[in-house]
Each structure stands twice: as C-alpha cells, then as structure tokens.
Design a protein around this ligand. Structure first.
Ligand code: SF4
Length: 336
C-alpha cells in the first residue's frame, strides 16, 4: 500500500455548542490531491485548520506521515511543522504587512534555524513565477495574484509532504484564478507533495484532484476517485452540488437545470437528527429523519457514501433533472 501523508480518523471539532466537524475520516496518499468540497459553513476550513494544528481537535486523531500530532504542544509540534503548510484564501490577511516579502517567505526556515535562507527564498520565489528582487518589496506593493504566489512560496519553502490549500483562489480576481491554479498544479506535479484542496469551486476540483470528499454540515457524505464522483455521484447532495457547478461551454451552461436545495444550510448548533441532509433532500424518506446513515463502500477505488437509499452497487436515487445528468458526462470524462 502507498504510504500515507495524512490520516484523519473520526475528527471532531466543537466550538462550545457549535459542532463544526463531527466525525471526519480522511486519508491522503503521498503525492496525491484530495479535494474537500462543500458549501460555506460545512466545516471544511475547520478540518484544514485542525490538520495544520492551528486548532486542537476536540476528538479523533490527525497523523502526519504516521506521527500522531493531534494533541502535541507547541514545542513537540515543532519537528512536524516542516511536514505540513497551509495557504489561506485571503493573501492580504495572511501576510504580515510589516515584513518584506523575503522575510515572509523565509520565516519558516528561520524558525527551523536553517542556513542559506536568502538563496532558498530566491529559489522559492522563482518557482512561483516571481523575480527574486520581489524579496525587497512589501506585500502591499504587490497585486492580489502576486501576494498569493508569495503565500505559496512561503508554504513550500520547507518542502512539506502535505499542503493544505484553503480556497486558494476564491479571493482573487477571476482573471488570475486560473494562473494560480495552474501554478499549484504544476508545483504539485513537480515537487510531489500531497495536497488537501479545500474549495467550493467544482470546476477547479475536476482539474486538480485525484479524489474528492464531499462535506455537509460537519460530516463527509461521499468520497472517492474524482472520475467516479463526477461521472456517477451517488449521494443526493453531491448530485445537487454538481448540477449547480458552472461548465465552460456557454450553450451547455444555458441548458443546465440545477437542483434547487431550497432552505439554507441548517445550524451546526442543532444539526437535524438522522441524516443531516434530510431537511433539504428531495428524496428523503421517513427513515432519513431518525436513523443516521452509515458510510459504506459502494464501488472500486474506495468510493464511499452515507445515504440510506444508495444500493451496495452504487445505484440509487438521482435527483438531477435528466439534462443535467447527461451534461456531466462530457467527452474526456469517464462514464460510470
Ligand atoms: Fe436523502 Fe435520506 Fe439519503 Fe439523506 S439518507 S441523502 S435524506 S435519501
């Protein structure tokens, strides 16, 4: 079996009464990209923050390259810091405005007391498509896209095994989003780090991810290889998300019929009993309101789903209008 960069087992993160994350289990193989998708408020960014230990989980375990870091204190975490980095959504908020770009990018190495930091900063800036002279500048002198490149250079300078990219393009101008995504994809391929790509942008997922995990109200409802999730999504929530995702072809986009979920995401303070999705699910039955659906494997490649109505062979409800179902199977994508 391939070695694992990350193992998250039954992760729980509660903030007082708010059950932001409630039993998430996720593995990322060395060198592969897993996309964690879901609406805002689903808890996906909280999962990312637990993995890089900006938060100490309420329950469960987080293992980085086999080492349990779930409850390590600051001092004992230090040796593991180089194994994982995070890139945040908003580069303006995550870069210290009082420091030069060079100091920001080199900071992880300074904390590790490494030598030759300025040479490594230049190399890291070059890698993300910035000239080494940018090291002398202040973050506010750069554009949004350049600042996000600086964040990426900083995250990768310690050559981590795992990068958590938390909505890395959603605060950027649409015109630069594709360039930053391309950069991340190229770097991932060249450097071979594993990546947890947290996003609500399903078109980016299709382009970058090997596997997809779909989160709803603090829990994973479906996960599996990208082609399976896009080609034959089994969970009604995944089907609804995919039916609403924009497609590049304008004619196809006009013909799309998204599944309307109606109500907003319910509160994580008092999540619905049974299947948490039952208040919005178009095909919910009585059992859904009282019995929690277990996660089951329904196909090859570890495709798993938590829904009472999905059969063991993956067949089951399809809440998408017929037109949307066929549009998902555009050329080049694997049919179920
Ligand atoms: Fe819908 Fe029931 Fe499946 Fe939940 S378990 S997704 S409510 S059909």
């Amino acid at each position: 079996m391939d070695s694992l960069a990350l193992e998250v087992e039954d992760l729980v993160m509660h903030f007082g009464p708010v059950r932001a994350v409630d039993g998430v289990t996720l593995r990322i193989r060395q060198g592969s990209v897993v996309a964690l998708v879901g609406e805002s408020g689903s808890g996906k960014s909280t999962v990312g923050r637990c993995i890089v230990r900006l938060l100490e989980p309420t329950g469960g375990t987080v293992r980085l390259a086999g080492a349990d870091i779930t409850h390590l204190n600051r001092r004992r975490l230090r040796p593991h810091r180089r194994d994982v980095s995070i890139v945040f959504q908003d580069p303006a908020g995550s870069l210290d405005p009082r420091l030069s770009v060079g100091d920001i990018v080199g900071e992880p190495l300074r904390l590790m007391r490494r030598k030759d930091i300025s040479a490594k900063v230049s190399e890291s800036l070059r890698r993300v498509g910035l000239r080494p002279e940018v090291a002398q500048r202040a973050p506010h002198e750069l554009s949004g896209g350049q600042r996000q490149r600086v964040s990426i250079a900083r995250a990768l300078i310690s050559e981590p095994r795992l990068l958590v990219a938390d909505e890395p393009t959603s605060a950027l101008d649409v015109s630069v989003q594709a360039a930053v995504l391309n950069l991340l994809a190229d770097l991932q391929r060249d450097l071979g780090f594993a990546c947890l790509f947290i996003t609500h942008d399903l078109s980016a997922v299709e382009y970058l991810a090997d596997e997809v995990a779909v989160m709803y109200l603090g829990q994973l409802v479906e996960q599996g290889p990208r082609a399976r999730i896009f080609g034959s999504p089994a969970h009604p929530y995944t089907q609804a998300l995919l039916s609403a995702a924009p497609v590049p072809d304008p004619a196809e986009q006009r013909a799309r019929r998204p599944v309307l979920l109606g109500d907003d995401l319910p509160s994580a303070i008092d999540p619905p009993p049974g299947c948490r999705f039952h208040t919005r699910c178009p095909v919910a039955v009585d059992t859904c309101r009282t019995v929690v659906p277990e996660r089951r494997t329904i196909g090859e490649g570890g495709h798993q789903v938590a829904c009472h109505l999905v059969n063991d062979d993956g067949t089951g409800p399809d809440v998408r209008p017929v037109a949307s179902q066929s549009q998902l199977l555009s050329p080049g994508r694997e049919a179920p």
